[in-house]
Structure formats: structure tokens, C-alpha cells
Design a protein around this ligand. Sequence first.
Ligand SMILES: NC(=O)C1=CN([C@@H]2O[C@H](COP(=O)(O)OP(=O)(O)OC[C@H]3O[C@@H](n4cnc5c(N)ncnc54)[C@H](OP(=O)(O)O)[C@@H]3O)[C@@H](O)[C@H]2O)[C@H](O)CC1
Ligand SMILES: [K+]
Length: 212
Amino acid sequence: MEGGSNRYDGKLDFTYKNNPISIAQMKEWEDATWAAGIEEEPVMRRAGKAVAEVAEKVTKEGDSILVLAGKGKNGGDAIYAAEYIKERNVTLVKITDAQASIKDIDEFGGECIIDGLFGIGLNRPMEGGWKGLTEAINKKTYLNPNLEVVAVDTPSGLDGDSGEALGGLAVKATITVTFGAIKKGMLSESAKPWVGSIIAAEEVGLLPYPFK
Ligand SMILES: NC(=O)C1=CN([C@@H]2O[C@H](COP(=O)(O)OP(=O)(O)OC[C@H]3O[C@@H](n4cnc5c(N)ncnc54)[C@H](OP(=O)(O)O)[C@@H]3O)[C@@H](O)[C@H]2O)[C@H](O)CC1
Ligand SMILES: [K+]
């Protein structure tokens, strides 16, 4: 943070303990957690709470926050984030028709967008309405450099292994709140335009970090 400002300074937050991991390792860790009998819902809840805390940090009371929740668990985390954010005007958009939701972004005039479109489940470049949503977010950032864009786990569109935007397009986040451990691609040069500051929310209720 810079003196007197709510904004992060765009530098990587190096406070993480767990080493960066691949997406396959993240999935392995997740699967081991469920296999140990830990339920998914409380983990998503804690992930959402971590995002909410960051969104509160970079906004002030009365600010408006648009929460975009996609169709998978990344969207699930975003829905919990919306639930936990206090003293802000929160609008939650659960995206069922991506094309139709573009107008929700175009019409938004507030201070922060939470990107819960896609996380590590992204498996191909975004197209159609999803591409349109991402372009609409990035256009808002371009028009309003003070807009905070908080990515849930990864900026939507980013391949967490390579750090490349699939199809050349991802959400341009100002902050990425990633769960468990930083995804290794996020540290690459190619990820820099998309990830912003990285915050590792390491304690979301998974089994202890299983890698060296
Ligand atoms: N890692 C953890 O410990 C935890 C992670 N959590 C969060 O869960 C997401 C990953 O969630 P998942 O449901 O697996 O995937 P996504 O939400 O990223 O994506 C949902 C589905 O979207 C489809 N998909 C993929 N690419 C595209 C695309 N380009 N266009 C349209 N649709 C796409 C894909 O399904 P398909 O069947 O269509 O292929 C995805 O499955 C992780 O990032 C965290 O945020 C949990 O909180 C638990 C802890
Ligand atoms: K995301």
C-alpha cells in the first residue's frame, strides 16, 4: 500500500510461505483434501471471505462493488465473497447468460469489480459472451484507472501454469487473491499485465501444504 492511499502499489506481495505450484498440484491437493473427508463448502466460504477482506481493504464505506460469479466453483467463491463484504453497496451478478450480463459491467460506475468468472477450471480461450464480459471489465479499467479489479484465484483467462492469457485475453486485475499457494505461471513475465499484486490466501481449510 502507498501512504494515504487505499490502492496497492502494483508490486508482488511476497509474504507467502508456500512455494508456487502447478495447477495439477493444486488439483491433487484439493482432491486429497476432499478424500480426507473435509467438505468443500467451508473451504469455498473461507476463500470467499479472503476475497471480501481484500475488497474491503481497497475500498471504503459506501463504495460500490460489482461481484461477477461464473458457473463453476470460482463463481461459488465469488458468491461467498459478496456475502461477507460489509458496509459497501454490493451487486452480485450470477452469470447464466454471459452475453446478457455485459450490460451489468457497462452500466457499473463504482469502485471495485470482483472477477469470479473462471479460475483454475479454465480449459480453453474465452469466446462469445465470456470474451465480451472480460473485454467489458478491461474497458472499464482503461476508462477508470482508479477502478480496483480483484481476481478470485486467477484473473479469468489466465493459464496458471504458463502465465499466458489463453487466446491473448484475460481480465486485467489490480489484485489477485489466490488460494492455497501461488500458481507458478503467475510469477512469469507474461502474467504481469494480468495479475496485478498477488495475495496468497494460504489458509482456506485445505490439508496442510503437501509439497516441498
Ligand atoms: N483449489 C482449491 O483448493 C479450491 C478452489 N476453489 C475454487 O474453484 C475454482 C475452480 O473451480 P472449477 O469449478 O473447477 O472451475 P472454474 O470455476 O474455473 O470454471 C468452471 C467451468 O467453466 C468451464 N470452462 C472452462 N473454460 C471455459 C471457457 N473458456 N469458456 C466457457 N466455459 C469454460 C469448464 O467446464 P466445461 O465443462 O465447460 O469445460 C469449467 O469446469 C478455483 O479457481 C477456486 O476459485 C474452491 O473454492 C475450493 C478450493
Ligand atoms: K477469476
